[in-house]
Design a protein around this ligand. Structure first.
Ligand code: NAD
Ligand code: MG
Length: 384
């Protein structure tokens, strides 16, 4: 049976992987909405290829280019944050939420309000909104399926299990491109080095997060909301081969792990087909070829981000939204050559120290905290 899908963030890395699967299973899917921030030419090309109903650019300044590129196609073209939310509210069986950053929060919330299935790649949205988002999911009876490879792995390992029987959830981390670098090498790390991830091909922001280990910190908070076993039952282990995507240990001593190639099409396919399975063209796992799997405790002296995120998770309330906003500002500044690599975590930590607003109770509260934390983090940017 044909199912309908909208992809928020269709021109990014997750968008590409999702559309690759849709392309390979063309008869199973009808595409409703596709969005991008700008990239009008790429978005229009995809909208035409997949016969989308509507294409939306988040940045309204890019709308004239989109309109021109879609002229005569019969595909609606819209622009701006409100249009993006309206497109996300169009009824579909599955929404792939794959915008990067808190910019994806409002449209993801609109998709959640449909009460259908939301495949969530956009971890920053859940980290920022936390209970505001999970309450919305519960209110509308929405199926929220994690796409982040670790959380998708945990979701699979938990199926058939009871959270009260869980002893540990272990998030694996590759350690990123700087895992073995010294503190002085980290001080001098460049954006080009940071985005060159050894195992995964991803967007620039998450690649930098991977290098600082803030990605794992955000994922720790994400896991806390998706799998409410308590923060004391969540831990992180560095596993450089990225073969085991995460693990669940039950109280009888059984540990279940999900393994697979480092290809996001595996967790995306798992979410798109859930509770069934679909074919992917991914390389089968060649364990003899991998040879050895290794595991290390995270080094929080060189990579303080996981500690900062754990503290923010413990503080709860608005702290994760403040952390996420500050990190987004700091990562953008690093990518623009404005601050050093090691300042990214320092800016996040200092923003958290300077700003402790009350717990957000609504989407508007979360967005207000996000805006204020961005402004404060902006004042902490010092030249590299
Ligand atoms: P990306 O930078 O490649 O793509 C981001 C997408 O969001 C693009 O379509 C872009 O146009 C759109 N976008 C960016 N800013 C926007 C804005 N202000 N308003 C509207 N749209 C905007 O990022 P990605 O690597 O595909 O990551 C997307 C999300 O998935 C992130 O939250 C990331 O953490 C998560 N994720 C990615 C991977 C991966 O392998 N790439 C793995 C796990 C989780
Ligand atoms: Mg991940």
């Amino acid at each position: 049976m044909t199912r309908t899908i909208s992809i928020l963030g269709a021109t990014g890395s997750i968008g590409d992987s999702t559309l690759d699967l849709v392309r390979r299973h063309r008869d199973d899917w009808r595409v409703v909405a596709l969005s991008a921030n700008c990239s009008a030419a790429k978005l229009a090309k995809l909208a035409r290829e997949f016969g989308a109903e509507i294409a939306v650019v988040g940045d309204a300044a890019c709308l004239p280019d989109l309109r021109e590129a879609l002229a005569g196609s019969g595909i609606a073209a819209e622009g701006g944050p409100a249009a993006l939310c309206d497109a996300a509210a169009r009824p579909v069986d599955v929404t792939m939420a794959a915008i990067v950053g808190c910019a994806g929060l409002a449209p993801t919330m609109r998709a959640i309000e449909q009460g259908r299935t939301v495949a969530l790649a956009n971890k920053e949205a859940l980290v920022s909104a936390g209970g505001v988002m999970t309450a919305k999911v519960a209110e509308h009876g929405t199926t929220l399926l994690p796409v982040d490879s670790e959380h998708n792995a945990i979701f699979q390992c938990l199926s058939g299990g009871r959270t009260e029987d869980v002893r540990w959830i272990t998030l694996t981390a590759s350690g990123g491109p700087f895992r073995t670098k010294s503190q002085s090498e980290l001080e001098a790390a460049t954006p080009a080095q940071a985005v060159a991830h050894p195992n995964w091909d991803m967007g620039a922001k998450i690649s930098v997060d991977s290098a600082t280990m803030m990605n794992k910190g955000l994922e720790f908070i994400e896991a806390h909301h998706l799998f409410p076993v308590g923060l004391d039952r969540l831990r992180i282990v560095v596993h450089p081969q990225s073969v085991i995507h995460s693990m669940v240990e039950y109280r009888d001593g059984s540990t279940l792990a999900q393994l697979g190639p480092s290809d996001m099409r595996v967790p995306i396919a798992s979410a798109l087909a859930w509770p069934e399975r679909m074919d992917t063209p991914c390389e089968p796992l060649d364990l003899a070829g991998v040879g050895e799997l290794s595991f290390f405790a995270p080094n929080e002296d060189r990579f303080p981000a996981t500690r900062i995120a754990r503290d923010a998770a413990r503080a709860g309330g608005a702290a994760p939204a403040v952390l996420n906003a500050a990190n987004e500002v700091a990562v953008a500044a690093f990518l623009a050559g404005q601050v050093k690599f090691t300042q990214i975590s320092a800016i996040s930590s200092r923003t958290l120290d300077s700003y402790a607003p009350p717990a957000p109770r609504s989407l508007d509260d979360v967005l207000a905290v996000d805006a204020e934390a961005r402004a404060r983090a902006g004042t902490l940017l010092e030249p590299a």
